[in-house]
Design a protein around this ligand. Sequence first.
Ligand code: ADP
Length: 505
Amino acid sequence: MSKYILSIDQGTTSSRAILFNKEAQIQGAEQQEFTQHFPNNGWVEHNPDDIWHSVLTTSRNVLSNNQISADDILAIGITNQRETTIVWNKKTGKPIYNAIVWQDRRTSDYCEQLASEELSQSINEKTGLLLDPYFSATKIRWILDNVENAQQQARNGELAFGTVDSYLLWHLTKGQVHRTDATNASRTMLFNIHTQQWDKALLELFDIPLSMLPQVMDSADEFGTTHSDIFGSPVRICAIAGDQQAALVGHACFEQGMAKSTYGTGCFLMLNTGDKALTSKNRLLTTVAYRLNGKPTYAIEGSIFMAGATMQWIVEGLKLLSHAGESESLVKDVPLDHGVFLVPSFTGLGAPYWDPNARGAILGLTRDSGISTIVAAALQSVGYQTKDLQKAMERDGLRPSVLRVDGGMVKNNWVLTFLSNILGAVVERPMLSETTSVGVAYLAGLQTGIYKSTEQLAEMWRCDRRFEPDMSVQQRNSLYDQWQHCVAQVRLTNENCKKTHNADH
Ligand code: ADP
């Protein structure tokens, strides 16, 4: 009897393969990093071969290191960095250009040229997204425009586009299958999230032939079977979901109103809105949370660019600490009203501001501000930015009933205590830290029938620690008012700097 589910977690900086038993306990894990390419200012690329080989190596190693054969694997689930765009030749399987990564800003000018009021609104209504280089559509356009003969090949039906999940599926099946799931499709800016179809008008607008696009499946579905050469004998591929959506599933946020927030390099907050695709008036995104048995469940999503990355800057840039883990004991006696604020808009501000030009600042310094105050301000900035997202959701009429958290930063109890206090909400940290991988293992388990329902999965979820707010409303409001004032000041300063700069030239 097959006993395990293999989760492939293909992330931005590394690929991981994790084996779960039927009780969703980890039986083995392998990880491999790969090279990031920055060929130009604001450009970020991966070599698709590196992505594929890191997935293949980690998957094979996790089996061999645990003396497990392909026959012991019940099914595979794939979760992946979202939006990253690969175009390859259908005959040879060879990519015609590197993978253009979600962070890549090369199509900013193109987006600005397109951005009429009417088009932005129509894109938002159909796809739930904002017209932005972040999503796949303009990246595909760039590849077709910049690789010799590509547009013609695309018209001839010779090329395939996929997000990373599709590219991996193609290789796992040796070119037999060109499919994706609804969560990944919903990040391309070509998919109508209401009709669950590729949108003809958007394909025409970006001049992308339908023949390039993968077939869109449920998140738990029969995606195909691995070619025997890959693991020795064929294995079913039964789940695909984008990484943030997989984390939502891994947190068992299946009820409308439940939210999760992942604190890694950046932060992604996602709130389940049930079968309604709500349109935000506050620049949050609407996306497919998961699709099961043909029925989409939707979510509202807000992202912050700098969460753990601010701590990386504190450690590697300022060298104030030797590693991020030291921060908790350093700040434990710092009073919360120390008056220093770090606005980490190093690369602009994400939701709900979407201000690409804002730059970072530390405000409120006095002679007694020391390293511990600055580190506390850095950690608190994550709480304040989450509060910005919470406020935007509230303005859209939404209030999370519970916030479940994961990612490297949530080991830090001081951060979660502050987060709960500044939000005025309960924050829950799960026992199992591999939320993204377990999410896609849950989906694969649903498809194979080892899990009967999402209700059963919700019962399996275990809390490690619950953080309840005990800050006075007055202190919460006062701190958050000061934060908002600091953000406004930073944005104003940047505006003024830009004006002076332009006047000087
Ligand atoms: P990613 O998956 O985006 O690479 P991880 O989820 O592995 O990120 O989280 C790593 C991030 O968490 C790093 O940016 C690091 O600075 C931060 N981090 C790790 N441990 C702590 C800690 N104890 N306190 C605060 N930040 C931490």
